[in-house]
Design a protein around this ligand. Structure first.
Ligand code: UD1
Ligand code: CA
Length: 454
């Protein structure tokens, strides 16, 4: 189906009380606008036009060339907002989806259904409606005996009789573009708010002998708009609920879904258990039979099967299978940990690889280094990777043993199977299978205390 979309987002969003544009506020890990665009793209739109007001530069900085932009210079109503996009609409003869940019709960399935029913039913326009217990504030849907829609009446323009109607306009439309363009010219701001109402196209289409229908959302919440931060939190909770339920249906155990924050671009394997207070952000891939114990933030990272993570932070990091991370580990960007490794408490790793079976159990900093397999790193080891000007890289071979409280002053290479005595400051390469001792020899002065006191 030949479709384009217009997303209306020129509203001021004053009730957010924010320096940031309303549609860029995040709900469950994505900007509100991104949720709307993802729903719209489910219809395979040819192009997507964003109508923006003052926030246009701010939104461009985020979205770049992925969408088209139209600027609405004055806020004269939803109809005027669509008029502002006119340049992008002319010459197109398919269907145009028009959606308010602040309804992130709208799903791809619903908007697909709207588009399909518009086409299959031969309608000139269909809108999404919802039955609300309290329809106050919304535009009401007026239908005729045949069930077609003859008008949308805004709260402020409605008669007492019309205000009793529970079916409301959600602000999501599918309309033949040729019909839309013909109507836009004729919109007039003759109403209680002196605005160009987009909703007036319904009466215009009817007047021209065309047909308008309405598709009712299966879940009225899809129509919820975000106007303030309380609504943002509510909507975020609903989005998170959807994500968590999908994972649980796929065989993931989430002990307390209300306290678990999983973004929309996360995959999790079967029989993985997620404890409360886990935050999975960005693009993450978590294997099966893994356990994410409480209190971890994991972003843009990959975790293999049977790995456990506890009270740790992982950013743009990779961990293989059967490894143990934390408690209190910090894996920074560029970290790659292999299979059956241990990264224990207060260990920080950055831009480094750790081979299979290597154990870094406590109080260690590994930055800019490549560690081989089956290495034992003692407590309190530091990669001295920065001299105040440049960063340097070190390598440690398979099976090496790094004693406690060792400094490896980069760049340095520790050969396979080498041992480093505790307390060493290593500034030169260590050959394979040798022992390096790099500390002052201990001197015991017997009787020293008695001599001093004399
Ligand atoms: C609109 C509908 C109403 C519907 C309700 C659902 C109209 C006239 N009424 O009312 O029937 O029940 O949404 O939430 O459309 N916008 C612009 N530029 C403008 C004005 C609005 O871009 O000059 C955008 C807003 O950013 C928003 C959308 O259009 O995304 C709707 O505008 P809003 O002012 O929220 O309309 P409502 O009064 O809520
Ligand atoms: Ca609104």
């Amino acid at each position: 189906m030949d479709c384009i979309s217009v997303v209306l987002a020129a509203g001021e969003g004053t009730r957010m009380k924010s320096k940031k544009s309303k549609v860029l506020h995040e709900a469950a890990g994505l900007p509100i606008l991104e949720w709307v665009l993802r729903a719209v793209r489910a219809v395979d739109t040819k192009k997507n036009i964003l109508v923006l007001g003052r926030a246009i530069e701010e939104v461009k900085a985020v979205y770049g060339g992925g969408v088209l932009y139209a600027e609405q210079k004055e806020r004269l109503g939803s109809g005027h907002a669509v008029m502002s996009a006119r340049g992008h609409l002319e010459g197109f003869h398919g269907y145009t989806l028009i959606v308010a940019g602040d309804m992130p709960l709208l799903t791809g399935e619903t908007i697909t259904r709207l588009a399909e029913e518009t086409q299959q039913g031969g309608y000139d326009c269909m809108l999404l409606s919802a039955e609300l217990q309290n329809p106050f504030g919304y535009g009401r849907v007026i239908r005729n005996e045949a069930g077609d829609v003859t008008a949308i009446v805004e709260e402020k323009d409605a008669t007492e009789q019309q205000r009793l109607i529970a079916e409301v306009n959600a602000s999501c439309y599918c309309v033949k573009n040729d019909v839309l363009l013909k109507c836009l010219d004729r919109l007039e701001p003759k109403n209680a708010q002196n605005e160009y109402y987009l909703t007036d196209i319904v009466e215009l289409i009817n007047g021209d002998g065309g047909r308008v229908g309405a598709v009712t959302a299966a879940d009225y919440r899809e129509c919820m708009g975000v106007n303030d931060r309380a609504q943002l939190a509510e909507v975020s909770g609903i989005l998170r609920g959807r994500i968590n339920v999908a994972h649980m249906k796929n065989g993931v155990s989430i002990l307390d879904p209300q306290a678990t924050y999983i973004g929309p671009d996360v995959t999790i394997g079967q029989d993985t258990v997620v404890y409360p207070g886990v935050v999975l952000e960005g693009r993450c891939s978590i294997g099966g039979d893994a356990v994410l114990y409480p209190g971890s933030r994991i972003k843009d990272s990959t975790i293999g099967d049977k790995t456990t993570v506890q009270n740790s932070v992982m950013l743009d990091a990779k961990v293989g299978e059967g490894s143990t991370i934390g408690p209190y580990a910090y894996l920074r960007p560029g970290t790659e940990v292999g299979d059956h490794c241990r990264i224990g408490d207060f260990v920080e790793v950055k831009n480094s690889s750790i081979g299979d079976g290597t154990k870094v159990s406590h109080l260690t900093y590994i930055g800019d280094a490549d560690f081989g397999k089956d290495i034992n790193v003692g407590c309190g080891v530091v990669l001295v990777n920065y001299d105040g000007k440049g960063k340097y890289r070190s390598r440690v071979g398979d099976g090496a043993f790094i004693g406690c409280n060792t400094n490896l002053v980069s760049p340095v290479e520790v050969g396979e199977g080498a041992y480093i005595a505790a307390g060493a400051t290593i500034t030169e390469d260590v050959p394979p299978n040798s022992l390096a001792i790099a500390r002052a020899r201990q001197v015991n002065k017997t009787g020293w205390k008695d001599k001093r006191e004399k």
